[in-house]
Design a protein around this ligand. Structure first.
Ligand SMILES: [Zn+2]
Length: 243
């Protein structure tokens, strides 16, 4: 092969590798969110999702709000928190909520090695298994910070584990003085008619943040009831048929 062609081909391969490693998961993310938003809107359903828990203080408070509204939610716990609060996770499951996984250590798959990302997914699943007294569970996965790499994406697809993004962020982890609005998710439902909403149920040091999570959940669930939007788990959202 001519030297120039060889150099150009090598440069092309080198340029394509990172594009595939990060780029394919980014496209997957965008398409998944688009389809999820469209599905939730068409079905007129609200899926409340809670990440990073369980928290000994906040999770029971969240469960109380959900029970008051007779709503079932979907939890994406971290394995490291599950190990410290297995009883609480069993309580969440016993109340009819859906248990998925957010990995073990909140590994951002763009910042760790591919094998570390996959092992974090697996450790997260095993922690949920141990808490629930089952074995070999494959739980729908929410990527920490929404980030997957090509290896972790292929692994999840191979395991047939649904990757679950969200369509609206409550803002309960926003920092840096970004104003928070407990009515924001309610306004979102009013405009779009359905959503997969992101909350977090790990314990907060700041009492105003804890209050915000509870207040926002209340207003969101109240708005759904007022607008005739049904609360569903993520599993139900995937199984419901779009007419
Ligand atoms: Zn998270």
């Amino acid at each position: 092969m001519h030297l120039v062609s060889y150099i150009l081909l090598s440069a092309g391969v080198i340029a394509a590798l990172p594009a595939a490693y990060w780029g394919i998961p980014v496209v997957f993310d965008k398409v998944s969110r688009f389809l999820l938003a469209r599905r939730a809107a068409r079905l007129n359903v609200l899926a409340i999702t809670l990440d990073d828990g369980p928290g000994a203080d906040l999770t029971p408070a969240v469960l109380a709000v959900l029970a008051r509204h007779r709503a079932r939610a979907t939890f994406f716990p971290l394995g490291r928190n599950v190990e410290a609060a297995g009883d609480l996770l069993r309580q969440v499951a016993a109340q009819g909520h859906e248990i998925c996984s957010h990995g073990y250590d909140h590994a951002n798959h763009w910042k760790v090695t591919p094998w570390r990302a996959v092992s974090d997914v697996r450790r997260g699943w095993r922690a949920v298994d141990r808490a629930l007294g089952v074995a070999g569970g494959v739980y729908p996965f929410r990527p920490p910070e929404g980030k997957l790499n090509l290896v972790s994406l292929v692994y999840l697809l191979w395991k047939r584990a649904p990757v679950v993004y969200w369509t609206a962020d409550s803002g309960d982890t926003w920092t840096g003085g970004v104003p928070r609005d407990a009515e924001k998710m309610a306004a979102h439902l009013e405009a779009d008619g359905g959503a997969v909403v992101l909350y977090h149920d790990f314990d907060r040091r700041d009492p105003s943040t804890r209050r915000f999570v509870i207040d926002s959940l209340e207003t969101t669930l109240g708005a759904a009831e007022r607008l005739g939007i049904t609360s569903v788990t993520v599993g139900e959202l995937f199984r419901l048929s779009v007419s």
